[in-house]
Design a protein around this ligand. Structure first.
Ligand code: NAD
Length: 260
């Protein structure tokens, strides 16, 4: 599958899953914009990608919760590459706590990054995609777009919400050549997950090993983590797929945790 000369914006691509997607897209010939709040890491990622694959890559400063920052970042990409072909709305964080202890400020921060971020980046990219009559938007959902876990009220709510937004954009964009899909990974070993292991151990009163083997991987078919490379392959499939046959859908990649 090819993304030759496609302009791709990936939010949260300075780290983890987004970073692996940027590498995979560049390997497939795409031009990649690493949109993140961590500019040193974003620039390092862009430099490494340009050197490794000989493709164009740029770091774009973008707090996905800020409409002005999102619009400015998308405009930077349009000015450089003439448009946007692929948007991966991937930036995300995790905050775990039972509902009765969940700070309202944390709830709002979670919804802002995951939901406002997906809305604002889509809103900024869609006019450019509609102008070309083509585009692919991918939201980074989660198994938690379909399933719940204790301690993750805001995350589960936000990830379920992405499914609704994706389906609406799929319906609005269908006749204009724009597709939208959601990737739903199981647990992937990234800084976002590493941070949760001691936090969940403390909250649930179990060991860190038990958090991994029971809470995170207990319902997989083989007690294995999904990898960033696994998710990058799914992201390539959605981005490069050429027709509306595949829109408004979601795909779980999770070693069998949650089958539907
Ligand atoms: P990560 O912590 O490795 O990377 C997240 C990136 O998002 C970081 O580079 C961070 O700087 C960036 N970011 C955070 N807030 C931002 C903001 N306001 N604006 C722009 N960038 C911001 O995490 P990851 O595990 O790679 O997670 C990426 C996405 O995948 C998230 O949406 C997460 O919910 C989702 N996800 C992760 C897993 C997992 O197990 N790791 C599973 C399912 C879904």
């Amino acid at each position: 599958m090819t993304l030759k000369d496609k302009a791709c914006i990936i939010t949260g691509a300075a780290s983890g899953i987004g970073n692996a997607i940027a590498h995979r897209y560049a390997k497939a010939g795409g031009k990649v914009a690493i949109a993140d709040i961590k500019m040193d890491a974003a620039q390092a990622a862009a430099d490494e990608i340009a050197k490794t694959y000989g493709t164009e890559a740029m770091a774009v400063e973008m707090d996905v919760t800020s409409e002005d920052a999102v619009n400015a970042g998308v405009q930077k990409v349009v000015d450089a590459w003439g448009g946007v072909d692929v948007l991966v709305s991937n930036a995300g964080i995790q905050i775990v706590n039972p509902v009765e202890d969940y700070a309202f400020a944390d709830w709002k921060k979670m919804l802002a990054i995951h939901l406002d971020g997906a809305f604002l980046t889509s809103k900024a990219c869609l006019p450019h995609m509609y102008a070309k009559g083509a585009g692919s938007i991918i939201f980074m959902g989660s198994v938690h777009s379909k399933e719940a876990s204790p301690l993750k009220s805001a995350y589960v709510t936000a990830k379920h919400g992405l499914m609704g937004l994706s389906r609406v954009i799929a319906k609005e964009g269908g006749k204009k050549g724009v597709r939208t899909n959601v990737i739903c990974p199981g647990f992937v070993k990234t800084p976002l997950v590493d941070k949760q292991i001691p936090e969940q151990a403390k909250e649930l009163g179990i060991s860190e090993d038990e958090v991994v083997s029971k809470v995170m991987l207990g319902q997989t078919v083989d007690t294995e983590f999904t990898t960033v490379e696994d998710i990058a392959e799914v992201a390539l499939f959605f981005a490069a797929f050429e027709t509306n046959a595949l829109t408004g859908q979601s795909l779980v990649a999770s070693h069998g945790w949650y089958m539907n």
